[in-house]
Design a binder for this molecule. Structure first.
Ligand SMILES: [Fe+2]
Ligand SMILES: [Fe+2]
Length: 244
């Protein structure tokens, strides 16, 4: 059963165990506001579990925005199932994301957002960083300036350990995981994304994999700048979980 925890004011983390008996999990974030918003939808195969968890906080039919940081199963596999249940929900992605993915995949017309966009959700607002190849071509990261929350998707991944939020320094584990999975293709693209993240002075990193980080954010940024995490790997997820 998915776990639901409030990790910032009216921002809820919904956590699903991705691989049984492994410490690698997937989380999505619900912003409870006048325009209820889901950042990432999770896998299609986990839809029933995710929907049930969401229903503990809001009526899923009232969802207004479904934000897709990039096009992968864990980010948006359940997108169309949510759209079918939420008649006023709009899928949101970067301009490239709309042009190459959601414009074709989504059952309802998507909205493209860029660095000049802002969605007024009521109390919260959402702005967007365009972060190409961190870690796919069309990637973007949403953030909420009203709470200092960056929805950092697959940046700052880590172990779950049963902790929705952590103050611990997990930067060494994070670096080992990136060296194993090899999702960042270039130093230049990663540094560009880190510059954008740092510039908004995040208070909370709402991580898609692993615990939400509420402290030591400078340590995580520095670790990703200092270590070589852009090397070529040939990791096979069918054979082994990420190293940690
Ligand atoms: Fe991803
Ligand atoms: Fe992911």
């Amino acid at each position: 059963m998915a776990a639901v925890d409030e990790v910032a004011p009216d921002i809820f983390r919904i956590n699903v165990v991705t691989v049984p008996d492994e410490d690698f999990t997937t989380s999505f974030f619900l912003i409870r506001d006048e325009a209820p918003t889901l950042v990432e939808t999770g896998f299609r195969r986990a839809f029933d579990e995710t929907r049930e968890a969401l229903a503990q906080v809001i009526d899923p039919a009232t969802l207004r925005y479904l934000v897709v940081p990039h096009f992968e199963g864990d980010e948006c596999g359940a997108l169309n199932l949510f759209l079918e249940q939420a008649p006023h929900a709009v899928p949101v992605a970067s301009p490239v994301g709309v042009a190459v993915n959601l414009g074709d995949f989504a059952v309802r017309d998507p909205m493209a957002v860029d660095a000049s966009s802002e969605l007024d959700l009521g109390t919260h607002r959402l702005r967007f960083m365009i972060t190409p190849y961190v870690h796919t071509w069309e990637s973007m990261l949403p953030y909420d300036p009203t709470t200092g929350t960056v929805f950092c998707s697959d940046v700052f991944i880590g172990p779950e350990g049963g902790h929705p939020v952590t103050d611990a320094d997990q930067s060494d584990v994070m670096i080992e995981m990136y060296k194993t999975v090899g999702i960042f293709p270039s130093r230049a693209h990663l540094d560009s994304a880190l510059d954008k993240i740092e510039a908004v002075h995040p208070q909370t990193l709402a991580c898609h994999h692993g615990s939400v980080k509420a402290a030591r954010i400078g340590t995580y940024l520095q670790a990703l700048r200092e270590h070589d995490v852009t090397g070529v790997t040939e990791w096979n997820p069918m054979l082994e979980p990420p190293a940690r």
